[in-house]
Design a protein around this ligand. Sequence first.
Ligand SMILES: [Zn+2]
Length: 131
Amino acid sequence: MINMKIDSTKKHNRNDIIFIVALLLIATFGALYLFVFRDGGNTVKVTVDGKTYGVYSLNENITEDIHTGNGNLNRLVIRDGKAYMETATCPDGICVSHKPIFRDGESIVCLPNKVVVTVTTTDTDSPDVVI
Ligand SMILES: [Zn+2]
């Protein structure tokens, strides 16, 4: 009776392992898929107070002064495929200290100046993947 019990436990464990391996495989392929198709965006979209201010390619090195009204200014820099806020007139400076962004969906937000910089992918041939 004891032996039978052990046997059934072993079987159970083996099934668990197969299940876990299958899950890992799915997770690995899922991560690969995300890595290949969603890692880097190619476009930076800037909105000011919810309105689109401009759309810029991440492949071009630019310096764009975003005038947000009342003399406020956010200087967006795109260099080497990454976007960051070089200077800003906002009091907190959170946007300036934000690390450069380049992955699809990443964003820099400047709350005081109501500026949002978001990395997107404009390749509309392949629909965006939502998981
Ligand atoms: Zn700011």
